[in-house]
Write a protein that binds this ligand. Structure first.
Ligand code: TYM
Length: 332
């Protein structure tokens, strides 16, 4: 059985981008593959979360993950920091990651641009920690959105380089995975191109959003003055609204508004109203389940404990083998 690994940073609630980019694929794979899904709380430290908030954010993301339908009885779901082996593998892999290639990574360049006051070494080596997450279970598939493609390329690079340096065929090449073949990028509502938790207010629709919050955000979504010619190519902001509609609305609804756009009869107010209602219908069962699970501490504790135990088995094995390959030997 092939192994699947994927993670979500614990920096905020899950949004539709996370769901359609990554989670939807996990859900399909959990019954057919050996799946490890984790909450990346080590990764979240690059932004220095307040100690009083860290635990609750991790718990919230865990609950939301479970509410999506990840079944801890078949898949292994764990918290990244419950697996210190990941930190050890990260340290070891850091020795084969070159500063130049890390500095060229797009996500690092973005961070330098947007958070110039906090360019820490953890940000630079973020792709190495991600590679450790993936290689520690010797994953074949990694369900992620388009934004993670380059990190997967780097993971392959680090794994291959390890094999070359030690003249072994230890790590296989993991691939970014999506059932629809193309990796997905779900746009945000503010015209910024990508739905994300660290983008501006109003950009993301969260699985935990209440109906009114969704209506407000969608009605404020960026649009334009309307088409000026029949069948014209849609500008990016409008294309984004249609892309979002395709994720939550019925194909007939999308076809209807597409026709309205092409014949210059479209009213963005109506389109947004429909989009908001379809989003509300889509997230309602998630929201309900999140509320239900949030109070079930016994269940949550059980899931975390069970996940850590299962994840340890595979992580310990990899780290022991890697140590042996590198040449560490126990005394006595
Ligand atoms: P994160 O927490 O930013 O996002 C989690 C997952 O959601 C996907 N995603 C999107 N997909 C499509 N459209 C969007 N607008 C969108 N926004 C987010 C991401 O591609 C990702 O799959 N570094 C990772 C977490 C991580 C990880 C790993 C993932 C740490 N180690 C190992 C896979 C394997 C991150 O920050 O994802």
């Amino acid at each position: 059985m092939e192994t699947v690994v994927s993670g979500i940073r614990s920096t905020g609630n899950l949004h539709l981008g996370n769901y359609f980019g990554a989670i939807k694929n996990f859900l399909k794979m959990q019954h057919t593959h050996r799946c490890y899904f984790f909450i990346a709380d080590y990764h979240s430290l690059t932004t220095h979360p307040h100690p009083a908030d860290l635990h609750n954010t991790v718990k919230q993301v865990l609950v939301e993950y479970l509410a999506c339908g990840i079944d801890p009885e078949v898949a292994t779901i764990y918290i990244q920091s419950d697996l210190p082996e990941t930190a050890e593998l990260y340290l070891l892999m850091n020795m084969n990651a070159y500063v130049g290639e890390l500095e060229r990574c797009t996500s690092f360049k973005d961070k330098i641009r947007n958070h110039a006051d906090n360019v820490n070494a953890g940000l630079l080596t973020y792709p190495v920690l991600m590679a450790a997450d993936i290689l520690i279970h010797k994953a074949k598939y990694v369900p992620v959105g388009k934004d993670q493609e380059q990190h997967l390329e780097m993971t392959r690079q680090f794994g291959n380089r390890f094999n070359r340096i030690y003249d072994v065929e230890y790590f296989e090449e993991p691939v970014a995975f999506n059932f629809g073949t193309e990796l997905v990028k779900i746009p945000g509502l503010d015209g910024s191109g990508k739905m994300g938790k660290s983008e501006g207010e109003g950009n993301a629709i969260f699985l935990f959003d209440a109906p009114d919050a969704i209506r407000k955000k969608v009605m404020r979504a960026v649009s334009d003055a309307g088409p000026t010619e029949e069948n014209q190519k849609k500008p990016e902001t409008i294309e984004n609204l249609f892309t979002l509609m395709k994720t939550v609305s019925k194909p007939e609804t999308v076809a209807f508004f597409d026709e309205q756009y092409n014949t210059m009869k479209v009213r963005y107010g109506d389109l947004k109203k429909q989009l908001a209602e379809d989003m509300i219908t889509f997230v309602a069962p998630f929201r309900e389940r999140i509320l239900e699970l949030s109070n079930d501490n016994d269940y949550i504790n059980k899931v975390v404990k069970q996940g850590a135990e299962k994840a340890h088995e595979s992580a310990r094995k990899t780290v022991e083998e890697v140590r042996e390959i590198i040449g560490f030997k126990r005394f006595g």
